[in-house]
Ligand binder design. Structure first.
Ligand SMILES: Cc1ncc(C[n+]2csc(CCOP(=O)(O)OP(=O)(O)O)c2C)c(N)n1
Ligand SMILES: [Mg+2]
Length: 364
C-alpha cells in the first residue's frame, strides 16, 4: 500500500479500500472484508441518520443564537460511525472538535457536546467514564496526548488500543509529526485516524501535501492505508484491523479516511467564498447514508416501515436535544476557577478572590 504509483503492479490492491459503492453495491476486498448481519447493517444506518440529525439540530440552534459556534460533521458520518463502532469499551479515543459521531458511539449524551459550544461548560463529560477524551481545539495537539496514553497502555500490558482523530490540515502540524515518530519508535498501540475532508478551513488539500496523506506513514516506519471515508463498511473493517494490530503488538497504523466536509468549516465560515458549488454536488452523489439505504433496499434487508421508524426516532431525538439544550443552566461566574487544577492552587485562589471582589462591585 505504501509503494509509489510506478511500482504498483496490476494485482496490487486498489489505492482506496471500498466495500460499498456510492450506488449501494457490495464489493469485495482481498484484505479488508467484513461479515455484517442485516441487523448490524440496520444498526449502522440508524447511527448514521441519528448523528446527522444531532448535527442538523446543532446547526439550527447556533443559527438561532443558542450556541456560540458549531463544527458540523455533515458528510463525515461514515468515517466516524465506522471507526467509532470498531472500538471496544477498553479502547481510548481522542477527538478533535468535530467527532460528534464518535461521541455517539462512545455513549456520550449529545446534549453534553452542546454545552461546550453554548459556553456553559469546558467539556461536559467525564473522559474516563466513556473512554472518550474531551474535544480539542488546538490543532493536532491531541495526537501527542494520545501517543502518551497508548504508551501507558503498553506499560500496563493492557489489551487495548488508542485511536486519535485529526484532519488533513493537522498533518502539517509539528505535533502530529512528532507523535508519528514517538508512536513508531516505541511501537505504541495507536491508530492515527485522519479524516481527509479535503479542506482546512479555506486551505485545500494541495496546500498540505504533494503526496496522498496515507503515504506519509511509510516515512515514519509504519503502515498507512486510504479508505473510502464515505463507506461505513470499509471504515469499520479497516479500523477494526488496525486496532487489532495495535492491541497485538504490531504498532501504529495511519488511516486516511477520504471524505468531504459538506458543510461550512464552522458556523462562522462561508465556504462559497473559496470553493465551487460543483465540488459539493459531486460529493453529494457519494453520500454516506444514501448508499447504505440503497444497499438495504436492494437486498430487501429493510422495508419502508424501518426507514420511517428511524426518521421518527431522529425527529424525537432532535426535539429532545433542543429542549434539553435550552434548559441547560448558565454556570456561576466563579465556577470557571473550579476545574483548572485537580488540587487547590494558591494562584487560582488569589485570582478567584480578585474576581469575586470585582463581581461584588456590581451589587447595589
Ligand atoms: C494550533 C492551531 N492553529 C490554528 C488553529 C485554527 N484552526 C482551527 S480549525 C483549523 C483547520 C483544521 O483543518 P483540518 O485539520 O483539516 O480539520 P477540519 O477542521 O477540516 O476537520 C485551523 C487552522 C487552531 N485551532 N490551532
Ligand atoms: Mg480538513
Amino acid at each position: 500500500m505504501n509503494e509509489d504509483d510506478a511500482s504498483r503492479g496490476a494485482d496490487a490492491p486498489p489505492e482506496l479500500v471500498q466495500l460499498l459503492t456510492p450506488e449501494g453495491e457490495r464489493v469485495e476486498h482481498p484484505d479488508y472484508d467484513i461479515e455484517l448481519t442485516p441487523e448490524e447493517v440496520r444498526s449502522l444506518y440508524r447511527d448514521l441518520v441519528l448523528v446527522r440529525r444531532i448535527d442538523l439540530e446543532a446547526v439550527a440552534l447556533q443559527r438561532q443564537g443558542e450556541l456560540g459556534i458549531w463544527a458540523s460533521l455533515l458528510g463525515q458520518e461514515a468515517a466516524q460511525i465506522g471507526s467509532g463502532r470498531a472500538l471496544t469499551d477498553a479502547d481510548m479515543a481522542f477527538p478533535t472538535y468535530r467527532e460528534h459521531g464518535v461521541a455517539w458511539c462512545r455513549d456520550v449524551d449529545p446534549v453534553k457536546l452542546l454545552g461546550l459550544f453554548r459556553g456553559v461548560n469546558h467539556g461536559g463529560w467525564d473522559p474516563k467514564e466513556h473512554n472518550f477524551h474531551l474535544y480539542t481545539i488546538v490543532i493536532g495537539s491531541q495526537t501527542l496526548h494520545a501517543v502518551g496514553y497508548a504508551m501507558g497502555i503498553q506499560r500496563d500490558d493492557a489489551s487495548a488500543a488508542t485511536i486519535v482523530y485529526f484532519g488533513d490540515g493537522a498533518t502539517s502540524q509539528g505535533d502530529v509529526n512528532e507523535s508519528f515518530i514517538w508512536a513508531s519508535v516505541f511501537n505504541a498501540p495507536i491508530v492515527f485516524f485522519c479524516q481527509n475532508n479535503q479542506w482546512a478551513i479555506s486551505e485545500p488539500l494541495e496546500k498540505q501535501s504533494r503526496i496522498p496523506l496515507y503515504r506519509r506513514a511509510s516515512g515514519f516506519g509504519f503502515p498507512g492505508i486510504r479508505v473510502d471515508g464515505n463507506d461505513v463498511f470499509a471504515c469499520l473493517a479497516v479500523t477494526k484491523k488496525a486496532l487489532e494490530a495495535a492491541r497485538t503488538g504490531q504498532g501504529p497504523t495511519l488511516i486516511e479516511a477520504f471524505t468531504y466536509r459538506m458543510g461550512a468549516h464552522t458556523t462562522t465560515d462561508d465556504p462559497t467564498r473559496y470553493r465551487v458549488a460543483s465540488e459539493l454536488e459531486a460529493w453529494k452523489l457519494k453520500d454516506p447514508i444514501e448508499r447504505v439505504k440503497a444497499y438495504l433496499f436492494k437486498n430487501e434487508l429493510a422495508d419502508q416501515e424501518f426507514f420511517d421508524s428511524v426518521d421518527a426516532e431522529a425527529d424525537r431525538l432532535g426535539a429532545d436535544l433542543r429542549r434539553r439544550c435550552l434548559a441547560m443552566p448558565d454556570p456561576e461566574p466563579l465556577d470557571i476557577f473550579d476545574h483548572v487544577y485537580r488540587e487547590p492552587h494558591a494562584l487560582i485562589d488569589q485570582e478567584r478572590a480578585q474576581f469575586a471582589a470585582y463581581l461584588e462591585g456590581f451589587r447595589d
